[in-house]
Write a protein that binds this ligand. Structure first.
Ligand code: NAD
Length: 356
């Protein structure tokens, strides 16, 4: 057991407060000593503070360094950036970590999945360098590219730029190795399309290879992203750590969520050298919000990841074992898994399994 831990809790929107309450109950039952600091973000914060991501929420995360958040509804319409993108940028959360593991009592095509997707979170086509078709900026970019290297781009083309840097790649590769070692994982597979994009994906691959040359304890391999995707669907049990640039990481982490049984089960984390924000993969689920039937397991497992990050390894493993015990029991489960239990009934059962 560690000492006291200060954690910023952002309940979020929709089912967020319901699953956040459930996770808090389980985490408090698993370890003593979490000092919760609750702050708003999302549609609720917009109504109350006139800001989707109030400065006081960012300050609380900076002070506690660790946060766990429920999903946030991104209001549709111009003028709002995604809170998740804003948090990543403000706190430099450069690594997205999403474990996908087969769970007992959740039938899927493959029963042997136990892998983690580590996705670079700040660069690549998601960097936001966009030039709209027909805009003056796109026009001058076209002229510049023609002058620079004779590239011809159609006048009606929109352009998204794909920056991948040595520094950005080095830190995600180092992070992936540290993560692999700390979690006793043995194989890192880098996905890329270096043959078609040697200057961006090729740089990612070369940089990863340079850094991995002298790390005998973890085996490193690489695969073209299309080949990797096909193998992942056929034999996911052969993979361990997937290390991916931003866009491929986004897509393949959802594929991996699909491999193990659905949105209500998959935890995640956004991590930088200074701060870490844990959150389930799912959204605010407006269709079931307020009914008390959301599956809290993704949020609870995000909490287990957070406990491990805080050094509470025993507490983290205990929560994961308790989730497995309740799922394999088969009696207490929410409607998305075919049951009829409430969010809090699942949380109570998991908390009870901690001590049994
Ligand atoms: P969603 O994940 O909210 O819902 C998709 C489907 O999965 C719905 O049918 C929903 O009922 C179900 N579902 C999701 N989580 C569940 C759970 N824990 N238990 C049971 N069923 C669950 O995706 P969406 O409908 O595309 O998005 C809704 C809102 O959430 C949007 O405003 C979107 O921007 C936001 N969103 C936020 C995040 C985040 O904050 N991390 C992530 C994704 C989407």
């Amino acid at each position: 057991m560690g000492g006291r831990h200060r954690v910023t809790l952002i309940p979020g929107d929709g089912i967020g407060p319901e699953v956040a309450g459930a996770a808090r109950l389980v985490l408090d039952a698993a370890v003593s000593g979490i000092d919760w600091v609750e702050r708003d973000a999302g549609a609720g914060a917009l109504a109350e503070h006139g800001d989707l991501l109030p400065e006081e929420t960012l300050e609380a995360i900076r002070a506690s360094r660790v946060a766990i958040k429920g999903p946030i509804t991104t209001p549709v319409g111009s003028g709002f950036r995604s809170i998740n993108v804003a948090l990543r940028q403000e706190l430099d959360l450069f690594a997205a970590v999403r474990p996908a593991r087969s769970l007992p009592g959740v039938p899927t095509r493959h029963g042997t999945v136990d892998l983690v997707v580590i996705r670079e979170n700040t660069e690549d086509l998601y960097r936001g360098v966009e030039f709209a078709a027909g805009s003056p900026e796109a026009e001058s970019l076209r002229a510049e590219l023609r002058k620079l290297a004779g590239f011809e781009i159609r006048t009606d083309a929109g352009v998204t730029v794909k920056p991948i840097s040595v520094a950005g790649t080095r830190r995600i590769v180092r992070f992936a190795f540290e993560h692999a070692k700390a979690n006793r994982r043995r194989l890192i597979t880098v996905g890329h399309k270096a043959s078609i994009m040697p200057t961006s994906d090729g740089l990612f691959l070369r940089t990863a290879r340079e850094l991995t040359a002298d790390r005998g304890d973890v085996v490193f391999e690489d695969m073209q992203i299309d080949h990797l995707t096909a193998r992942l669907v056929r034999e996911p049990g052969r993979f361990d750590v997937l290390l991916l640039p931003n866009l491929y990481g986004d897509i393949l982490s959802d594929l991996c969520a699909g491999l193990v049984g659905g949105l209500g089960l998959i935890p995640g984390a956004n991590i930088g050298w200074e701060y870490a924000v844990f959150e389930p993969v799912h959204g605010s689920a407006p269709d079931i919000a307020g009914k008390g039937i959301a599956n809290p397991i993704a949020m609870i497992l995000s909490g287990a990841m957070m406990l491990r990050h805080l050094g509470e390894r025993d507490g983290a493993s205990a929560v994961e074992r308790a989730v497995d015990a309740v799922l394999s029991g088969g009696e207490v489960r929410t409607p998305d898994l075919g049951g009829s239990s409430s969010t809090m009934a699942v949380a109570d059962a998991i908390a009870a399994a901690l001590t049994s």
